[in-house]
Design a protein around this ligand. Structure first.
Ligand code: UD2
Ligand code: MN
Length: 583
């Protein structure tokens, strides 16, 4: 029988050697399983070495041999206590020249200690909070840079190390995005040795652009939390604790410190303890500052609590590393600069997370008027913000991408690369529609063609020629006189205007006010921020009547390129007949 055959073959000796062999291979399998799951699998999501770090932590830690500068009192010298630096003579001239090449005064920066003191920008309620450091997640601080000037870069590093509790600072990663300047090579390697292993330099031999640079930094980070900073920042007192504390409490919160203002001309640091603006966006896909919504004010129980924000500025943020990758990191195909800040904001909200500003965490940033590096992207692309934003609009904004194309109709047919992966991500995470984001996260956002009485180009026809209301390319941030111009078919964004439900005649952010002079019979139309209560306009037949003055919008005697007027209403005057047209 077969059983008998096996028994005869398996003599006791053969049997025990078989068992030994089985045990050996079983053990080998078990060991490789442990090694694989511990060291190999975590690296798949950018977690390389996290486990190793945990093992190393028991003993002496990187950075233990570096003496931090923690006492800000009694320091004196240029720039101390956050003061601006006054230059004179030849230095002043060189400093002014820096403004054209660096867009910041490097001479002034070079005069200031890398350990300079700055005033604590927190409100008292924040200073009173104590943290149990042992229970908080540790952070990798990732500073990305391309050819940054020496002192602003290193002041960023010094401020982070000086003002972070060593218990919370896993490492500082300097992600060098292919800098060409010599001093950022060996000299920098040499310099960071003083930090005793706490500062790591990662260099890229091809230019990544800031979006891929951030991703590259996050992929080598070992901390449970990652914090991104621009390379010209100064971390303020107690900046790190409230960031990691909030992430510890809510791992799907992507949090930002309050960004304090460092003047690019003299490096003066001004912090606002009571800052309570949050992030918004314009339909041309730029970041804006907005007042906190009423509902958010009502929700918050204390001034130290996080503020939910629709968007973030982009540069300074912290996230749970695993969550950051799970929710899609950044769009790898976005190039050089721009768009990624709104992309991560929309995405995080729509996919179940939140964007928050942490009022007890302050970090200064040098705001520059230009970019001291080449902004040309791959294939000679000179419009990286435009094409990055198109990627974001196509993937995340559903039908509302039309609002972006109103501003950038030239991009409608532009190839911005493959979007399949990002669409797949949205599908995989089962993210909510953009409409949900608008309704729930930015309920006050004005949508020019929704819930309005009328929308389009506001057109009058005089002597057979069509003339339209037009901003005349004036800066819409301030107030400006509304003009008229020959109608530009196809919906030129400078001519689009809405008559809102509330009777306001408005554009995205500016509202039409009637300004009456000449003895109540004639006036002009001034556009001002819609945050102030705007004037009401009534549609009477084809006329547009300014409610307060009773005067009507008119092009009588107004030529293309000039300012529009309001005058006594006359239902038969062709100059007062207005149509909203779409093209
Ligand atoms: C803001 C953000 C910035 C980023 C950008 C939109 C703040 C304070 N800053 O612009 O982080 O979100 O909006 O994309 O919110 N860099 C590289 N490689 C490049 C280009 C830049 O590493 O190809 C570095 C650069 O050295 C700097 C950082 O990226 O450290 C941000 O650049 P920036 O300071 O010129 O951008 P900023 O502050 O105008
Ligand atoms: Mn910056």
């Amino acid at each position: 029988s077969p059983v008998g055959l096996i028994c005869r073959y398996l003599s006791p000796r053969r049997f025990s050697s078989l068992v030994q062999t089985l045990l050996f291979f079983g053990g080998l399998l078990f060991v490789s399983y442990i090694v694989f799951t511990t060291f190999v699998v975590p690296s798949a999501d950018g977690n390389a070495g996290a486990v190793l770090a945990r093992i190393q932590r028991s003993g002496r830690r990187p950075g233990d041999g570096y003496v931090r500068v923690v006492d800000d009192k009694g320091r004196s010298g240029p720039g101390e206590q956050g003061a601006g630096v006054r230059l004179s003579g030849e230095e002043k001239t060189r400093g002014e020249a820096d403004m054209k090449t660096w867009f910041m005064n490097v001479v002034a920066s070079d005069k200031i200690s890398l350990d300079r003191s700055i005033r604590d920008a927190r409100r008292d309620e924040c200073k009173a909070i104590t943290y149990d450091l042992a229970s908080l997640p540790r952070a990798s601080v990732i500073i990305i840079f391309t050819d940054e000037a020496w002192t602003p870069l290193l002041r960023t590093v010094h401020s982070v190390i000086n003002r972070s509790p060593p218990e919370l600072l896993e490492e500082v990663i300097l992600l060098d995005d292919n800098s060409q300047r010599e001093e950022l090579k060996e000299k920098l390697d040499e310099y960071v040795k003083r930090f005793d292993g706490l500062v790591k330099i990662v260099r890229k031999d091809v230019r990544h652009g800031l979006i891929r640079a951030k991703l590259a930094g996050a992929r080598v980070a070992m901390g449970e939390v990652i914090v991104f900073l621009d390379s010209h920042c100064e971390a303020n007192h107690g900046w790190l604790e409230p960031l990691v504390a909030r992430i510890g409490e809510s791992p799907s919160a992507v949090v930002c410190p309050i960004i304090d203002y460092i003047n690019s001309h003299d490096l003066g640091y001004s912090g606002d303890p009571y800052a309570n603006s949050v992030g918004g966006f314009s339909w041309s896909m730029h970041f804006t500052w907005e007042p906190m919504s009423e509902s958010e004010k009502a929700r918050r129980k204390s001034p130290t609590e996080y503020m939910r924000s629709p968007t973030m500025a982009g540069g300074l943020l912290a996230a749970n590393r695993e969550y950051f990758f799970k929710v899609g990191g950044y769009d790898e195909e976005m190039d050089i600069w721009g768009g990624e800040n709104l992309e991560i904001s929309f995405r995080v909200w729509m996919c179940g997370g939140s964007i928050e500003f942490i009022p007890c965490s302050h970090v200064g940033h040098i705001f520059r008027d230009g970019h001291p590096y080449n902004m040309t992207g791959r294939g000679g692309n000179k419009d990286v913000h435009g094409t990055n934003s198109k990627r974001l609009a196509e993937v995340w904004m559903d039908d509302y991408k039309r609002m972006y194309y109103l501003h950038r109709s030239d991009l409608k047919t532009k190839d911005v690369g493959d979007l399949t992966e990002r669409h797949k991500l949205r599908e995989k995470l089962q993210c909510k529609p953009f409409k949900w984001f608008l309704d729930n996260i930015v309920p006050d956002k004005f949508i020019p063609d929704e819930n309005v009485q009328a929308y389009g180009m506001l057109q009058a026809t005089v002597d057979g020629s069509k003339i339209c209301l037009d901003t005349l390319q004036q800066d819409e941030k301030g107030s400006y006189g509304m003009g008229v111009y020959f109608c530009q078919g196809g919906g030129s964004s400078a001519q689009l205007i809405s008559l809102a439900r509330d009777g306001r005649l408005r554009r995205e952010t500016s509202c039409a006010h009637g300004v009456v002079r000449e003895r109540d019979t004639k006036g002009t139309v001034v556009m001002r921020s819609c945050r102030e209560k705007g004037d009401e306009w009534l549609r009477v037949g084809e006329q547009l009547r300014h409610k307060d003055s009773g005067l009507c919008l008119s092009v009588r005697g107004v030529k293309s390129g000039e300012k529009i007027i309001i005058e006594g209403c006359d239902a038969s005057a062709p100059e007062q007949q207005w149509k909203f047209v779409q093209s």
